[in-house]
Design a protein around this ligand. Structure first.
Ligand SMILES: Cc1cc2nc3c(=O)[nH]c(=O)nc-3n(C[C@H](O)[C@H](O)[C@H](O)COP(=O)(O)OP(=O)(O)OC[C@H]3O[C@@H](n4cnc5c(N)ncnc54)[C@H](O)[C@@H]3O)c2cc1C
Ligand SMILES: NC(=O)c1ccc[n+]([C@@H]2O[C@H](COP(=O)([O-])OP(=O)(O)OC[C@H]3O[C@@H](n4cnc5c(N)ncnc54)[C@H](OP(=O)(O)O)[C@@H]3O)[C@@H](O)[C@H]2O)c1
Length: 549
């Protein structure tokens, strides 16, 4: 084993050959920052992070659109690995806004002196495994070449913006922007005719804020989406004290919740209670607000009849809030179960459609035909616009990985192995790609979880695994094809045991990107179950992986 231990040996080797490291990490968001800390400062390895952006933060560096904020509650949307960090950092709101989360991640980078190991403005274009040298050879868009024994992708699940190929976009005389690549200087909507395409979590956050300053906002909706009020508010001094004094209890809740959130999912079933009691429970959850609405009953995401009751409750709420019945009908014309797509939470989203300066366009009834120099033309009208906001989401999960030309042993392309959809073992490794780890890869709980929980678990598992290899003098680790096959079956079975695949247009299935294989990508068996499996695999001497010298 030649891994350096922060030793003179390592320093000398780096001086002679500065582009070779023990580990290369791609990405400096939540995942990459913590992975860097663990491998550099805990294991003492030589580590280089390569990051396309000019700063740390990942999602929170790129998504600066109006209204961008978290929908995990702030006291759980953070790292838990450092008691000092938990003690010293204070969130201000129930759901922090993008600038505050970005400040937090910058604080982490400074506090743990991470920046000196990150090369910013550096997009990785290719990575190829050299079997003879047991080295990953990495190329950047600028043509730099670097190498490392281990390659770890921390590229995020939602970092590749999806701008739909609508004919005529190039001819548009106004300005267009995608929410996931928002200009740092902001966009001035004052007095402008704005068109927003998309009503996912992003569009539901941005529309109310854009409407406050725009001359007119036209929201183009393809699929009606559920949303529950966020009920954001400043955190009280009492709540902040409670969090600091009780973090181990909060962590216990997060570890026990299938989605990594700090609450208990109720044991009761929808039809265990009377219709009146059910209505009262939904009403209380609506008043509390947030993603915990889904935790009102245990069977909401597994039993369609049970789910229908939640869907009806939300439909009724929309019809109560939105004054124009025709607009309310379009907004509540759901075609999939509640929470089968990522459930958004909002601040005054449905109320926004009561404003004089907001119009809703139903793209199911009147699809977009083309973008013209002057605006957007649907099958029955033309909407003149100054600015188009694409709140159209991401080429999720596989997109950021396949954007890199990743080649394993004998030039095997990841794009080829994943032609019919992603295949891997535990969401962490692909057979044929030794020493490559994918943080929050497809096949892991990732986006179905409060993500810092999933990220910390992956980073710590990878760190322990590399530490184990180092202690045992092992040089290579590679997922076995049979282990990969049975994990893929388990991922499919976990999804099929829920209602999630019933939302056939969801990005969980890749359905938002034309031509992408339709495969349910994240592991839906729950974070606690997944964590146990990963722990058992490690305890058994890494069952399903081949380790060699
Ligand atoms: C608007 C928005 C709101 C969200 N809110 C929540 C929430 O409330 N709760 C929750 O749990 N999750 C939320 N998420 C998911 C969020 O992505 C994760 O919580 C978390 O930030 C992911 O961290 P990450 O480091 O894994 O990935 P990212 O934050 O996406 O970071 C990946 C980094 O890799 C870089 N990168 C990618 N490819 C390359 C390359 N080829 N070369 C170099 N660099 C590269 C990117 O530039 C990026 O900086 C949200 C996502 C979005 C888009
Ligand atoms: N913390 C938060 O509150 C928060 C905020 C933002 C994002 N996020 C995370 O990021 C994920 C992605 O959210 P997102 O809202 O950016 O993307 P999204 O959920 O994929 O939503 C994209 C929207 O754009 C529409 N769309 C896409 N292509 C279109 C086209 N060609 N024509 C018309 N409409 C089109 C989609 O319609 P269809 O539904 O018909 O496909 C959908 O309404 C979320 O699910 C969540 O995990 C979280």
């Amino acid at each position: 084993m030649t891994l350096a231990n922060g030793s003179n040996d390592s320093v000398a080797r780096q001086a002679a050959q500065p582009s070779i490291f023990d580990v290369l990490i791609i990405g400096a968001g939540f995942s990459g920052l913590y992975q860097l800390f663990c491998l550099r400062d805990r294991l003492g390895l030589s580590v280089q992070v390569l990051e396309a952006a000019d700063g740390v933060g990942g999602t929170w560096y790129w998504n600066r659109y109006p209204g961008a904020r978290c929908d995990s509650e702030s006291h759980s949307y953070c790292y838990t690995f450092s008691k000092e960090l938990l003690r010293d950092w204070d969130w201000t709101e129930r759901y922090p806004a993008q600038p505050e989360i970005l400040r937090y991640l910058n604080h982490v980078a400074d506090r743990f002196d991470l920046r000196r190991s990150i090369r910013f403005g550096t997009r990785v274009s290719a990575a190829a495994y050299d079997d003879d040298a047991n080295l990953w050879r990495v190329t950047t868009e600028r043509g730099e070449r670097l190498g490392a024994k281990f390659l770890i992708t921390a590229v995020g699940c939602l970092s590749t913006a999806n701008v739909p190929k609508i004919p005529g976009l190039q001819s548009f005389r106004g300005r267009w922007v995608h929410t996931g690549e928002w200009p740092h200087e902001g966009v001035d909507f004052r007095g402008k005719r704005v068109g927003q395409i998309g009503t996912g979590s992003t569009g539901i956050q941005s529309a109310p804020v854009i409407a406050e300053t725009a001359g007119h906002l036209t929201v183009f909706q393809r699929t009606a989406n559920y949303s529950v009020p966020a009920r954001n508010a400043p955190l009280t001094p009492e709540f902040k004290r409670y969090v600091k004094a009780n973090f181990s209890e909060i962590q216990r809740l997060m570890d026990g919740n299938p989605n990594g959130h700090p609450w208990v999912i109720e044991e009761r079933l929808v039809f265990d209670v009377s219709p009146e009691e059910r209505e009262a429970l939904y009403e209380a959850a609506w008043r509390t607000g947030g993603l915990r609405f889904r935790a009102t009953f245990r069977d909401l995401v597994v039993n369609k009849a049970a789910n229908d009751t939640a869907a009806q409750f939300i439909r009724d709420k929309i019809r109560e809030i939105v004054k124009d019945p025709a607009t309310a009908a379009i907004l509540s014309d759901f075609d999939h179960p509640y929470a089968a797509k990522r459930p958004p939470i909002d601040t005054d989203y449905f109320e926004t459609f009561n404003r004089e300066n907001v119009t809703l366009v139903d793209l199911r009834a009147t699809p977009i035909e083309t973008i013209t120099p002057a605006g957007i033309r649907t099958s029955n009208a033309e909407y003149p616009l100054d600015i188009i906001v694409f709140a159209t989401g991401f080429d999720a999960l596989t997109g950021p990985l396949l954007r890199i030309d990743i080649r394993g042993r004998d030039g095997l392309a990841l794009a080829e192995v994943w032609r019919a959809g992603p295949r891997n073992y535990l969401g962490l490794q692909v057979a044929g790609f030794p020493n490559l780890f994918t943080i929050t890869g497809p096949g892991s709980p990732s986006v179905l979880c409060n993500m810092p929980v999933a990220i910390e678990q992956h980073v710590e598992w990878i760190t322990d695994c590399i530490g184990h290899m180092r202690a045992q003098g092992l040089e290579r680790i590679e997922a076995q094809p049979e282990a990969m096959d049975s994990w893929v079956e388990r991922v499919n079975a976990a999804a099929n045991a829920t209602l999630l695949p019933l939302a056939t247009h969801s990005w969980y299935l890749g359905a938002n990107v034309p031509g992408k294989p339709r495969v349910f990508m994240p592991y839906a068996g729950g974070m606690a179950q997944y964590r146990r499996t990963c722990e058992e695999v490690a305890a058994s001497g890494y069952r399903g992986f081949a380790l060699s010298r």
